[in-house]
Design a protein around this ligand. Structure first.
Ligand SMILES: [Zn+2]
Length: 358
């Protein structure tokens, strides 16, 4: 009898459209990581002392492979071997897939604002640490009863707390060198302390601090929407340190693996969580432009975006597809959670339909 019921249920399940499975979203951004490294791997024009590589042979050994697929997997193994294999990535300009920023500035605050609100805003024209006037999809979700107390944002760059505006929204938005206080345990206390005792940049600590703080919070509070913005990829590139830029990209890739393993070993998250990964802008070309981005570098508008989760068809690396824009990410994220951001926000870019089967 039970077997018969199970059979009936499975048949009905197949007959009707399978319901949406995503209950949670983890969205990781890494600042200014170029599509060139993501899709082509290490750039051979930059494996030299002039580009801040102390030991070119050692770096080549780590990340250079003759074969393109092997090369990019060496740099970002989780992205290529797990996320793309089971999900989708947009933005390989070598394969007829463009992903780009529409705000025209090609720098951070406008890019985070476009990503998280779903629309470019000409008034958001500086990186000044001022509270975002716009409501992001994080705050919009948090205003719904199903997401109250279930949204959190973590950033390396101190301006991330102002951009996500958790102060107005009433959710944790921790960034820069600020101590995280929404939850506490000995690990978070130590992270808070080490964060202010280390670091090389005024505006952001190393990525490890926001990442491990977010991971602790994820395990303790089980947020439904977890946003993590990391910053080393941008800082090292501005500093002209290609080796450290690549190693940061590789480390962020491993953070994604850790997040995904945590998801898949945690009831409530397992098989009900979608992972999204993108940068806020691109950068210029080798041998000099890669350090920079902004209006003077028109090609720094090109980005990439990856999705993996129970509702995303495993179409892998997208090739010869219509362009997608940064402004589409917010509605896509909300849609995966069954929420129609486009209906609520007329300015927002449309959700990317291919990313969701239901
Ligand atoms: Zn940036």
């Amino acid at each position: 009898m039970i077997r018969l019921l199970a059979l009936l249920l499975s048949v009905c399940g197949f007959a009707a459209a399978q319901p949406r499975q995503t209950e949670n979203v983890i969205f990781v951004m890494t600042d200014g990581l170029r599509w060139q490294e993501v899709f082509r791997g290490i750039d051979p024009l930059l494996i030299n002392k002039e580009s801040g590589v102390g030991n070119p042979d050692a770096l080549r050994k780590l990340y250079w492979r003759e074969d393109l697929n092997e090369r990019r997997s060496a740099l970002m193994p989780f992205l290529w071997n797990t996320m793309v294999k089971n999900g989708q990535i947009y933005g390989n300009r070598d394969a007829g897939s463009d992903a780009y920023v529409t705000n025209g500035f090609n720098f951070s605050y406008p890019g985070y604002n476009e990503t998280l609100t779903g629309a470019p805003d000409a008034r958001v024209n500086s990186n000044e640490n001022i509270p975002n006037k716009n409501v992001t999809v994080l705050e919009w979700l948090h205003d719904k009863p199903a997401f109250k107390g279930k949204v959190a944002a973590f950033g390396a760059w101190d301006v991330i707390s102002a951009i996500t505006n958790g102060a107005r929204g009433g959710f944790p938005a921790n960034a820069g060198y600020d101590a995280f206080k929404a939850t506490t345990n000995p690990t978070i206390a130590l992270l808070n302390r080490l964060k202010v005792e280390t670091g090389v940049w005024d505006e952001e600590p190393f990525d490890a601090y926001p990442f491990y703080t977010a991971l602790e919070y994820m395990k303790a509070a089980k947020p439904r929407v977890l946003y993590i913005s990391l910053g080393e990829t941008d800082e090292w590139a501005h500093d002209g340190k290609y080796e450290l830029y690549l190693k940061s990209a590789h480390r962020v890739d491993d953070y994604l693996r850790v997040l995904w393993e945590t998801v898949q070993s945690t009831p409530g998250y397992r098989d009900h969580t979608t992972l999204i990964y993108s940068p806020d802008h691109g950068r210029g070309d080798a041998p000099e432009g890669w350090k920079h981005h902004g209006e003077k570098y028109p090609d720094s508008r090109y980005i990439w975006m990856a999705f993996m989760g129970p509702d995303t068809p495993a179409l892998g690396e997208r090739k010869n597809v219509p362009a997608v824009t940064q402004s589409q990410v917010a509605a896509t994220l909300a849609g995966l959670l069954g929420q129609d951001y486009n209906a609520a926000n007329a300015k927002a870019g449309q959700a990317i339909t291919d990313v969701r089967k239901h």
